[in-house]
Ligand binder design. Structure first.
Ligand SMILES: [Zn+2]
Ligand SMILES: [Zn+2]
Length: 263
């Protein structure tokens, strides 16, 4: 028996959401799983002097992070399906023929998407720290004081929606090839996982160079989870420096972590 006509689009929507969330969850689980295996098992002895917070996250914390990350995948998938609907209706500037824009724009669009996302993240993140919004939007993410790679998407549903909306927004405001969008997505997922693994990956000299003033570091985000205030940035440290929101001890802590010797 066929479904009543009104249910069909709804059913189709839920089917696409479940398919998309499954593939998003698989991709995230694969990457977070690989990083966990490398950092917490295979190379733990070799890398442990670079762990910003010395102790390891508890199993119960990791399980909670996994559950909330899975719920975020559902919301990301729903926004993904809505993005496809927007694209079909011609509301986005997505282009499929490479020749439509110069090759330089292919890479330029990836860089622009990263800069736009960084700005969106910094300001939405600061807003979600407002005492009237925090418990509805950002409380779950801060249940992790010593996060693991599984905390990368451990959000309240409202925060997951805020974080996911940037993706259709990028496609609405500028032309982007699907492959460039794919590279941007891969970059954001890898960066987010590394930022939550809690190991400092950059060399000690970074903080003494101009690059250290621009790039954000895992130490910066580990301190955000530890202290709750300060260090709101994502990919870059520029907004935190401009708005003077870096934690006062940030550079000192980076030097301390990167100055440790192997045990
Ligand atoms: Zn926060
Ligand atoms: Zn975080």
């Amino acid at each position: 028996m066929s479904n009543p006509p009104l249910l069909d689009p709804l059913l189709e929507f839920f089917q696409s959401v479940s398919r998309t969330s499954f593939s998003l969850a698989v991709r995230y689980a694969l990457l977070a799983g690989i990083v966990s295996l490398l950092a917490y098992r295979i190379f733990y002895r070799r890398w442990k002097h670079r762990k910003v917070v010395r102790k390891l996250p508890a199993g119960s914390e990791i399980r909670r992070e996994m559950i909330y990350s899975a719920s975020s995948m559902l919301i990301f998938a729903a926004v993904g399906v809505l993005t496809i609907v927007l694209a079909k209706e011609g509301w986005t500037q997505i282009y499929f023929k490479r020749g439509e824009y110069p090759v330089a724009w292919f890479w330029g669009s990836v860089v622009c998407a990263i800069v736009i996302h960084d700005t969106w993240f910094y300001w939405s993140h600061r807003l979600m720290h407002h005492r009237k919004l925090f418990r509805y939007f950002h409380r779950v993410h801060h249940l992790s004081h010593n996060p693991s790679p599984w905390a990368a998407y451990a959000f309240d549903p409202a925060e997951a929606l805020v974080q996911a909306l940037i993706f259709p927004l990028v496609l609405v405001i500028m032309p982007m090839h699907p492959a460039a969008f794919g590279i941007f997505m891969l970059w954001q997922i890898i960066h987010n996982i590394l930022g939550h693994t809690g190991f400092e990956i950059y060399p000690r000299w970074l903080m003494d160079s101009w690059l250290g003033k621009i790039l954000n570091t895992p130490t910066n985000h580990a301190m955000h989870h530890e202290k709750l205030r300060g260090n709101y940035g994502l990919y870059f440290n520029v907004w935190d420096r401009l708005m003077k929101t870096n934690h006062a001890e940030y550079e000192k802590r980076f030097r301390e972590v990167t100055g440790r010797t192997k045990e």
